[in-house]
Design a binder for this molecule. Sequence first.
Ligand code: 6R9
Length: 657
Amino acid sequence: MTTDHETLANLLKEDRRFEPPADLAAAANVSGDAYEHAAKDPGAFWAEQAERLTWAEKWDTVLDDSNPPFFKWFTGGKLNASYNCVDRHVEAGRGDKVALHWVGEPEGDTRDITYAQLKDEVSQAANALTELGVETGDRVAIYMPMIPEAIVAMLACARIGAPHTVVFGGFSADALASRIDDCQAKVIITSDGGYRRGAPSALKPAVDEARTKTSVVEKVLVVRRTGQDLGENGWDDDVDVWWHDAVGSASTEHTPEAFDAEHPLYVMYTSGTTGKPKGILHTTGGYLVGTSYTHHAVFDLKPETDVYWCTADIGWVTGHSYIVYGPLANGATQVLYEGTPDSPERGRWWQIIEQYGVTIFYTAPTAIRSFMKQGREIPDQRDMSSLRLLGSVGEPINPEAYIWYRNTIGGDRTPVVDTWWQTETGMIMISPLPGVTAGKPGSAMTPIPGVSADVVDDDGNPVPNGSGGYLVVTAPWPSMLRTLWGDDDRYVDTYWSRFKKQGYYFAGDGAKKDSDGDIWVLGRVDDVMNVSGHRLSTTEIESALVSHPKVAEAAVVGATDPDTGQAVVAYVILRENAGDGGADIVKELSDHVRKEIGPIAKPRQIMIVPELPKTRSGKIMRRLLRDVAEKREVGDVTTLADSGIMDLISAGQATST
Ligand code: 6R9
């Protein structure tokens, strides 16, 4: 992902177009008229989409915009998200339909779960949580591998109105503790471990460690997944409860209570430009309307015949919106896979697609690029003719990756929907519609019906076609974040102050409109990196490095990487008393970051440097460090306080890993 002018010029030369297949277009859930229809009266349009759900009480007002940017949707309406995702399908006679084809990483370890079974398990878990003392409004942290119980746990929380905060299982005990602390979660749901690359990988010890750093947790509910040893002090009888005891013995009867449309559904932490992650708050009604409509429109889901698979982890927003809430509200049958794409063999994903006849597949460019590198021989061994639609999310998809995805995975027949959205937006915002849009490799195209977005200049004026600027959303949308947990000011500052005059939502991404007015998202304009589609803040990693006793100062940049989009590159100044830090200093620091934040934040490269390039006002010039990291000639250094620094740093590359 680079924003230099050469790349921009190349992007705009893209003239390949892929028309929707005629049969798909003829039967598509949404036709081209939807754009105009929605634009005429967005409120009425979203009210129509809200009818897709089952409401206990209908709303009075579609959009309450009396106190911007604190917008409210479907006020006066009441509903239960879990009822909408589970019970209503059973009540409609579809209880025997498979909701989840779960595939564990160890071969042969699979489970099919019908909607009726899901309803029973969610009800049991809801009863168990209540029994453990969880009340409406209490927060529950979920720290789990990709097993059905993770989804059951989320829906059980939703069922009793206890907002969940799912923390990615790859995050460290420290990251878990800070999130638990920020939203004061009193219960954690976890498992002994999960399977990663053929071996059990522990989770419970991180929960135990997190508990030593915060005093809010009262109970820990533990799923036995791997049966691994929990260690000598790995069980606390006062706190730890086995899932199979508490949930297994609970009643399958549970009456879901209807909550206000604006009742908090979940908090999802995401990296911002400072070290402190932001707790994005989503509420119930609007979020469910937005995710279920977009899942229906963008993936053209036909619940009776499609088998849908989104490869995201439930620890990210994509897992929330497009594994749990959108697809289940729509009654989809989907695959849920526990492991990595290459275990036990590199064609595992393609084998799963063949085995389950997957028709709609949603993944990230970073995965596509890694498969490209392995060659088409691996996917070519499988029959993937069931596929009819492919999706991409998380970062810009390079045109070549798009073409490879369409050709090699999609047999040159499937549309590719490149979906732009964010944790904050809750739902897909900019994307082709598979039965309508002629796909253009590399472009997310246009806002979906009911959404208005634009690319604007520094003053908030729309840029002309052919120019670049900032991506903004120009009108409220139902699944928008409502605030940052406990920090209204930061919510207003981060998203609504940049274009306050216009009242636009500032997404933090740079974008370009091509000559047709189609949008190309170019990547973050702030200090947020995108590594394998995961957001990481430079400041957060810098803080982690500086917390190491041998480190005096650190600067982190995201450098373009052929596999992960961007990769973390760190420049570190050691403290004087650390000497040269010792032979293993780079590994020591790398392990430290891994421990503080998690494996995904581990730098690709750490360079020990004598000084950092700073302006006279003391601001680190990351642009220059990026030049070094990307092995370019170092750019303009005239604003540096000490212009000799860059020579020292460039020469010092030899000491890096
Ligand atoms: C859903 C998700 C959001 C950031 C976003 C942007 C980047 C996501 C993209 C894309 C280009 C796409 N991003 N989808 N960039 N094209 N189709 O990824 O949420 O983790 O919050 O990340 O990801 O930079 O601002 P989140």
